[in-house]
Design a protein around this ligand. Structure first.
Ligand code: TRP
Length: 346
């Protein structure tokens, strides 16, 4: 669906969220965070959810991990520019109406649909759930449908891997509307410019579990260490050998993260790198350029994070305010849901 096809009534609500299971990294930044910051100026109402219930679906034995990461993930978002004046920031479990909505949605999905969902299949494998999937985990797309639809959000910035989950949510909404009455809008997922960021080790995806990601909160020393150990071109033994730019992580990152005014210089470095000879740049030189560009991006993010972290009661107040607004929307939608389902008894 294009923007112009979204009906006016539903035109203006954006919602997104993260699982609080660890610090956010550059892959999250280019895949989704950058978009949510830009888009908070384009929609009347914006929500950002910390999906603690969803995080528990594969961390049931470790609730402390979820708790420890809750405020960290909020700080990461505030640091990149999610602005509490524009975006209501709230915690999933503090809006119980979402759980109630999920219960109604569960009747509209089959176990087989969930078992065949590509996102669930991939994640179940990653988490070692192939033999025996917890019901809560299997049902998280249903829970996520409720996360999005409690406020009738239409625009959802997400990572590419989440698109099948949004498709499932749309199927649920459609079925609900047909069975009971037109309550829910169609959801459109919006994926960032870089759907998948390579890992610092050359692996197809930067991820926490693979230990190949640069975090938004990394110190300058950590950034330097990670860039210096980045995967380059294993076939280039001597600086004068012809090098490969394709598949070279340092160049991939420069393409994505360097400031536009550096693009000319980077093109010339690439050219000399591929040509080889005495003029060819050394790996260290290119890596130093990447460290410089990443610091230009990440230093202000880290500074903003530290500024917010100095006043945690204020951050908690941001959440309390966000929860109150989310609950208003949720209660209004749930009243409508009960009405069309004919379970609005008294
Ligand atoms: N499943 C999302 C992820 O893993 C997090 C999430 C939970 C979410 N609820 C959401 C994203 C609602 C968008 C909308 O990244």
């Amino acid at each position: 669906m294009t923007h112009s096809e979204i009906t006016k009534e539903y035109a203006s609500i954006m919602l997104t969220g993260d699982r609080p299971t660890g610090p956010l990294h550059l892959g999250h930044y280019v895949g989704s965070l950058k978009n949510r910051v830009k888009m908070q100026d384009m929609y009347d109402t914006c929500f950002y959810m910390v999906a603690d219930i969803q995080a528990l679906t594969d961390n049931a034995e470790n609730p402390q991990k979820v708790r420890d990461n809750l405020l960290e993930v909020v700080l990461d978002n505030l640091a990149v520019g999610v602005d509490p004046k524009k975006t209501h920031i709230f915690v999933q479990s503090m809006v119980p109406e979402i759980a109630e909505l999920m219960i109604f949605f569960m009747n509209l999905v089959t176990i087989n649909q969930l078992l065949h969902n590509p996102t669930i299949k991939t994640e179940a494998k990653q988490k070692g759930f192939e033999e025996s999937i917890p019901l809560g985990f299997l049902a998280y797309p249903v829970s996520q449908a409720a996360d999005i639809l409690f406020c009738k959000a239409t625009i959802v910035p997400v990572g590419e891997d989440q698109l099948p989950v949004l498709e499932q949510a749309n199927d649920i909404a459609k079925k609900f509307n047909i069975l009971y009455g037109e309550v829910f809008p169609k959801i459109t997922g919006v994926v960032g410019d870089v759907a998948r960021l390579v890992g610092t080790d050359g692996n197809a995806k930067a991820s926490k579990s693979l230990g190949n990601a640069i975090y938004l909160s990394d110190s300058p020393a950590e950034i330097e260490r990670k860039v210096m150990s980045m995967y380059t071109d294993p076939l280039r033994i001597k600086k004068t050998d012809k090098g490969h730019v394709e598949g070279n992580v340092v160049f991939s990152y420069l393409d994505i993260f360097a400031r536009p005014e550096m693009h000319g210089e980077i093109a010339s470095i690439k050219q000399r790198y591929s040509a080889g000879g005495d003029d060819a740049p050394g790996d260290v030189e290119i890596k130093k350029l990447l460290i410089q560009e990443l610091r230009i991006l990440l230093d202000p993010i880290r500074a903003r994070r530290e500024a917010f972290a100095k006043d945690m009661p204020a951050v908690e107040q941001i959440l309390k305010d966000g929860i109150a607004v989310a609950r208003q929307h949720a209660q209004k939608t749930l009243a409508e849901v009960r009405k069309v389902m004919h379970i609005d008894y008294f």
